[in-house]
Design a protein around this ligand. Structure first.
Ligand code: ADE
Length: 258
């Protein structure tokens, strides 16, 4: 079972997300348990404060060690070899999230996601209570709540049976995010003059598979050549990666040739 706890000052933000679609059904199927905790429950002062102005000046507020450290320790235990789970702080300063990181986290111990707000959290929280820092990309949001949801969604959909079709995980982006997916089509066969490539309607499974591989590779080469540098174990041979099969200078919405 995937076990995730979230520590936040905006627990209500998670309510619709946790009830919706497959995150909700994963919990109903008991494939996942996701608990959301209000950081203010660990405050002891009258104002239930969680932040203060930064030493040395500067804009904004910084989240204080109290109540954060007691909250983390009560949910995940003290930092150290006896801690069972992993405590992850969401921050633009963290390790970039990738499909490989999600696969690794999905197989690991229970996760406590710590969401910051304001300008950040006191460094001593990171030193004394956090195990790792994760970023969802090179941009700055106002808090870790949306990044936490990104992580949860990425993890829950890896659970067997949650997407309904266990195969979709295997084929998409050729697993670990090494490749972009190529074009997909559904009915009708012709729409506003644009036709679904014949091979996809041929019933020839080997040819269809080959078509998907070629287009995934071409799209990756055109849009994300950086991914091909780490394409080891992808199922593509090095000559395929270096080759020039379909010519993809395609942008979203462009016409795709047969
Ligand atoms: N908090 C604010 N911005 C973030 C980002 N890009 N990734 C993770 N946590 C964040």
């Amino acid at each position: 079972m995937l076990e995730i706890d979230v520590l936040t000052i905006f627990p209500d933000l998670f309510t619709p997300f946790l009830e919706a679609a497959f995150v909700g059904s994963a919990q109903e199927q008991e494939a996942a348990r996701i608990g959301v905790h209000d950081l203010r429950e660990w405050t002891e002062d009258r104002h239930r404060s969680v932040d203060d102005s930064p030493y040395g000046g500067g804009p904004g507020m910084v989240m204080t060690p109290e109540p954060l450290i007691p909250a983390i320790e009560s949910l995940a235990g003290p930092k150290g070899p006896d801690r069972v789970g992993r405590v992850v702080y969401l921050t633009p300063q963290g390790e970039p999230l990738s499909q490989g990181k999600l696969l690794e986290m999905a197989q690991g111990p229970p996760i406590l996601l710590v969401c910051g707000r304001y300008e950040g959290i006191d460094q001593r929280v990171l030193d004394l209570a956090v195990d790792e820092e994760v970023s969802i990309g090179d941009y700055v949001l106002s808090g870790g709540e949306i990044p936490a949801m990104v992580l949860i969604e990425g993890l829950v959909r890896l659970l067997p049976g949650v997407l309904g079709n266990p195969e979709s995980i295997e084929t998409e982006s050729f697993r670990g995010g090494d490749f972009l997916e190529g074009p997909q089509y559904t009915r009708p066969p012709i729409y506003r003059g644009l036709e679904v490539p014949l091979v996809l309607r041929s019933g020839n499974h080997a040819a269809i598979e080959e078509w998907h591989r070629e287009h995934a590779l071409a799209r990756t080469r055109a849009r994300r050549p950086d991914l091909l540098d780490r394409a080891g174990g992808s199922g593509f041979s090095s000559s395929e990666i270096g080759g020039s099969k379909p010519n993809e200078k395609v942008r979203p919405g462009d016409r795709v040739e047969n």
